[in-house]
Design a protein around this ligand. Sequence first.
Ligand SMILES: *[C@@H]1O[C@H](CO)[C@@H](O)[C@H](O)[C@H]1NC(C)=O
Ligand SMILES: *[C@@H]1O[C@H](CO)[C@@H](O)[C@H](O)[C@H]1NC(C)=O
Ligand SMILES: *[C@@H]1O[C@H](CO)[C@@H](O)[C@H](O)[C@H]1NC(C)=O
Ligand SMILES: *[C@@H]1O[C@H](CO)[C@@H](O)[C@H](O)[C@H]1NC(C)=O
Ligand SMILES: *[C@@H]1O[C@H](CO)[C@@H](O)[C@H](O)[C@H]1NC(C)=O
Ligand SMILES: *[C@@H]1O[C@H](CO)[C@@H](O)[C@H](O)[C@H]1NC(C)=O
Ligand SMILES: *[C@@H]1O[C@H](CO)[C@@H](O)[C@H](O)[C@H]1NC(C)=O
Ligand SMILES: *[C@@H]1O[C@H](CO)[C@@H](O)[C@H](O)[C@H]1NC(C)=O
Length: 430
Amino acid sequence: MRRVLFSVFLWSFVGAQDLTDAQIGVVSARLGESALQSWELGTRAQTILELNATEYSVLTSKSLPPPRAISSSLVSGLDPFFAIAKAVVSNRTAANNRTTGPQPLMPDGSAADPTSIGVSVLLANWTGQDSGQVDYAGAALDQLDYILYKVPRTSDGAISHRVSQVQLWSDFVYMVPPFLAYYGVTTRNRTLLAESYNQIKLYRSYLKDPTQGMWKHVVLGSSGNDQGFWTTGNGWAAAGILRVLATIRESEYAHTFKNEQGDLAKWVKEIHEAVYPHLDSTNVFTNYADQPATATGNFYDGSSTALLASTVYRASLMLNQHTFVPYAERSRRTLFNSTSFPTSNATASFDGYQHLTSDGWLTPVVNPHSYGQEGSKSAEAQAFVLQLHAAHRDWVLNGSKGENSAKNMLVSKHAVAFAALIGSLVCWGW
Ligand SMILES: *[C@@H]1O[C@H](CO)[C@@H](O)[C@H](O)[C@H]1NC(C)=O
Ligand SMILES: *[C@@H]1O[C@H](CO)[C@@H](O)[C@H](O)[C@H]1NC(C)=O
Ligand SMILES: *[C@@H]1O[C@H](CO)[C@@H](O)[C@H](O)[C@H]1NC(C)=O
Ligand SMILES: *[C@@H]1O[C@H](CO)[C@@H](O)[C@H](O)[C@H]1NC(C)=O
Ligand SMILES: *[C@@H]1O[C@H](CO)[C@@H](O)[C@H](O)[C@H]1NC(C)=O
Ligand SMILES: *[C@@H]1O[C@H](CO)[C@@H](O)[C@H](O)[C@H]1NC(C)=O
Ligand SMILES: *[C@@H]1O[C@H](CO)[C@@H](O)[C@H](O)[C@H]1NC(C)=O
Ligand SMILES: *[C@@H]1O[C@H](CO)[C@@H](O)[C@H](O)[C@H]1NC(C)=O
């Protein structure tokens, strides 16, 4: 009992589970090396903004579109971000076999995933990178026309996640709607903001399970269905919805989308309410949240755990939704836990860490290229570690709202345990 109480105090007063600046550098380096697929590049781009250029992240910027002139303090942080847009757009003609007109930013069997790079391309155009030598606006337009007019849809208008057949994946919500919404703010096109909301609404109507509340992973199509509640997919959905909500909210059209903003906020909460009851005492989700780690093909997954926790801090910051903050805190403290915490920001080593390898890879993780299997060295998991770090940092900077509910919860849990102990002592006749 005393040890439990002691650790409660330890948790309250020591920011032990904060990764150091040097560790963040290592995790970022692993992300940079491993992000090669289209959605990995798009996710990495968004992560750079959340971590190192918050003025340009929709989750934290003050109003949209953002300043065209980049302040000198952000130039180096944004370098790797714009490098992604430049590499992709410069190589596009060769990679897409000299296609002209509507086309994805990169070739991919997924219709949706290349779209995720689009926000970096829009910002490269908006801030005038490469003085007009690279046609960012043209590449963004081709990507928009491709996803809107070339990719097949369901009869009610949901854009397919796949090129070869109409199929809907929860991942889509992170890959496409944030781009549509951002295109809407840089070109002052309200219709595109409305469409970003509409696609989320359609995807939810197909993927959200009416009783479970969680989102299924893959529906429709002749093969490759996955009716399971893939935990990362629920994270992709929550994170994508938050980005769209933030984009709409900071746009000049915010006042014309009141109900839509209310829906989006509700849909984030709904995912958290459905998924968090499945977090067990390890504080790490399983790959399919409702299945125990012992179920065939299931295992613990730090990747989705990090992503979902980051969305909880964001929902607390953006929407005053604090209910699941204690759960996110538990997950974060577990993923970033160590038997010997660094004492200086210059410490890059991960000695003593259970969930980060000595090279800074999150573990255990789902194989991001084969979602039913455990893997290692996941690019998206590296991104989610950084998103979690950044979301927690921003949440602390804004006063750690909802933390008290965490303390109250712990205290009340311990009070219950204490009462039970006294009760049993009394029973034993003390
Ligand atoms: C963020 O900035 C830090 C400090 O400059 C750097 O070490 C790290 O690599 C950057 N992370 C990313 C994802 O760009
Ligand atoms: C550029 O496109 C070619 C295909 O034409 C591809 O093999 C190569 O990996 C691409 N390079 C980059 C940096 O994307
Ligand atoms: C590229 O286009 C040419 C001409 O249309 C075609 O012959 C070739 O098969 C295409 N290559 C690929 C890899 O799509
Ligand atoms: C590109 O930037 C210009 C401003 O320089 C802006 O007017 C235009 O709408 C942007 N295009 C896109 C596709 O965002
Ligand atoms: C908004 O974007 C859509 C899709 O590209 C386009 O059809 C429409 O003309 C645009 N509206 C305005 C006002 O530019
Ligand atoms: C921080 O908290 C204040 C007051 O609770 C809120 O108005 C503000 O929007 C928050 N800031 C951010 C960046 O979310
Ligand atoms: C952190 O690890 C220690 C053992 O090194 C363990 O006692 C503690 O419960 C862990 N904390 C969390 C939040 O996982
Ligand atoms: C490390 O640096 C961050 C800011 O970059 C600061 O908030 C934190 O307190 C520092 N931690 C230590 C242990 O010095």
